[in-house]
Design a protein around this ligand. Structure first.
Ligand code: 5GP
Length: 184
């Protein structure tokens, strides 16, 4: 079985950018596509960024035990990891990444303790706020909720096996590659 890496970290820390950059360099890395009940942002593609589904379909996936983990994130929408594609990618020997929130990471730690848990941290709190405001995809109320969650998430860093500080993207990609691809 290949390695399963769970990558978590606060809002706007750059998880998506980091994972995309890693996959560009290492096409063999498999990245889970989550299901979510939130609406797509401009430019997001169904089946690529997320499986955008309704509440009924999400309920059904929970009932069918089709999710490896799921959580309500930022007190608003539900997000979950479809189980079967992960099992298949691991069985095929591909290094796998789940980019999920802290609640989801804790569930995976219970069910798959052999997974490797990586925390992506911002260089500073001010920089995190700057990135969230700068990407301009959330209104003020949503930003307030996300920063509230971020405080809890940052406090949980010690639960993870390793921390990567996302200051310089190239350095962060190299650090994640050592864990995901080289199995350090
Ligand atoms: P966003 O709405 O910005 O795409 O994602 C919000 C949060 O949901 C991020 O912290 C992201 O890691 C988390 N998230 C995305 N997919 C999943 C998932 O499948 N499970 C869990 N638990 N969290 C997820």
């Amino acid at each position: 079985m290949s390695r399963l890496v769970v990558l978590a970290g606060p809002t706007a820390v750059g998880k998506g950018t980091l994972v995309r950059a890693l996959r560009d360099r290492y096409p063999d890395v498999w990245v889970s596509v989550s299901a979510t009940t939130r609406a797509p942002r401009p430019g997001e593609v169904d089946g690529v960024d997320y499986h955008f589904i309704g509440d009924d379909d999400f309920d059904r996936m929970i009932e069918d035990h089709a999710l490896l983990e799921w959580a309500t994130v930022h007190n608003s929408h539900r997000y979950g990891t479809p189980r079967q594609p992960v099992d298949q990618a691991l069985a095929a020997g591909r290094p796998c990444i789940l980019e999920i929130d802290l609640q989801g990471a804790r569930q995976v730690r219970e069910t798959m303790p052999e997974a490797h848990f990586v925390f992506l941290a911002p260089p500073s709190w001010d920089e995190l706020v700057r990135r969230l405001v700068g990407r301009g995809t959330e209104d003020e109320e949503q930003r307030r909720r996300r920063l509230h969650t971020a405080k809890t998430e940052l406090a949980a860093e010690a639960e993870f096996d390793q921390t990567i500080i996302n200051d310089n993207l190239d350095d962060a990609v190299r650090a994640l590659a050592r864990i995901v691809v080289e199995g350090e």
